[in-house]
Design a protein around this ligand. Sequence first.
Ligand SMILES: CCCCC/C=C/C(=O)SCCNC(=O)CCNC(=O)[C@H](O)C(C)(C)COP(=O)(O)OP(=O)(O)OC[C@H]1O[C@@H](n2cnc3c(N)ncnc32)[C@H](O)[C@@H]1OP(=O)(O)O
Ligand SMILES: NC(=O)C1=CN([C@@H]2O[C@H](COP(=O)(O)OP(=O)(O)OC[C@H]3O[C@@H](n4cnc5c(N)ncnc54)[C@H](OP(=O)(O)O)[C@@H]3O)[C@@H](O)[C@H]2O)C=CC1
Length: 267
Amino acid sequence: MQIFSENLLANQVAIVTGGGTGIGKQIAKTLGESGAKVVIAGRRKEVLEETRNEFVKEGIETHAISIDIRVPEQVQQLVDFTVGSFGKVDILVNNAGGQFPKKSEELTPNGWNAVIHNNLNGTFYVTQAVAKQMIKQGTGGAITNILVSFLHRGAPGIAHSVAARNGVYGMMRTLALEWAKYNIRINSIGPGLFVTEGMKEEMASSAGPHFIEQVTQDVPLGRTGRLQELGWLVTYLSCPAAEYMTGEFIVIDGGNSLGRGLTFVPY
Ligand SMILES: CCCCC/C=C/C(=O)SCCNC(=O)CCNC(=O)[C@H](O)C(C)(C)COP(=O)(O)OP(=O)(O)OC[C@H]1O[C@@H](n2cnc3c(N)ncnc32)[C@H](O)[C@@H]1OP(=O)(O)O
Ligand SMILES: NC(=O)C1=CN([C@@H]2O[C@H](COP(=O)(O)OP(=O)(O)OC[C@H]3O[C@@H](n4cnc5c(N)ncnc54)[C@H](OP(=O)(O)O)[C@@H]3O)[C@@H](O)[C@H]2O)C=CC1
């Protein structure tokens, strides 16, 4: 379903990290369907090429580059590649990330650092490199971070990831202040459960086969999220309709983080 005009983001150039798979792929596609030119980035070249070919067949101007967001030199290559391909960058979606579930008492220093490095440091490296380019261009920009719905509530088994995402949240609030003068807006989204191959693989080893059904039972709207719903939200945050929004965190989880509400109801 096409909700936004196909020209909404005409002449806009977007980078989506982790844009070869799952949530990032759908976000890149939705931005492209609204007219943006997109650059998708990730580590696995074959996956990126496959996605790029798919997008190009659908008429979306797309380039793909294999980089690791944890390596600042490679992050700079991403920005140079985007500017070389499309002349500029207007939109950044920090979607690359992930974690592995582990009891906190069993987490090794390496395991903790691996997740902090990927989700917090990597996100900063990309954000800083892209913002420098946006500042140079002088035409503002929109940055959106994909975090998690339970940011402020906590989530047993993924302390490293919740810590890293809260780090990104604090970074976002600060950068929104620092870069408002350049009209660079930076917001974050907290998705609840969206079924992707990456999510299933990550949870497969520890959460058991009925994980998705169990989580869904706790969702007031009674279902998991549709990837397209994240694509639309990022498109909104990246377009002129959101020009007065910065430093915000929007949860999209079917009401899951509200819990089930009070057991006592006065009617
Ligand atoms: C209600 C809503 C729920 C929804 C919750 C959210 C879902 C999602 O986020 S879905 C996204 C799914 N995708 C991913 O999570 C994939 C991303 N994962 C990764 O890219 C990597 O696993 C990594 C970045 C987290 C770690 O990669 P890397 O730095 O390459 O790690 P190393 O192999 O070098 O290992 C370092 C260290 O970490 C330990 N470790 C790594 N993976 C695991 C694992 N699966 N299980 C246990 N431990 C792991 C590893 O053992 C190393 O520690 P030491 O052994 O002490 O050296
Ligand atoms: N699915 C869900 O329910 C939820 C997901 N999220 C978050 O949404 C994001 C996307 O998740 P999802 O699509 O489900 O899962 P995926 O595993 O498909 O997405 C992760 C993407 O990030 C890329 N990536 C990871 N680390 C790096 C790195 N160091 N450098 C470059 N690219 C990297 C991966 O590509 P490659 O491996 O090729 O590098 C992959 O494309 C993640 O940050 C996830 O934590 C948050 C809440 C819920």
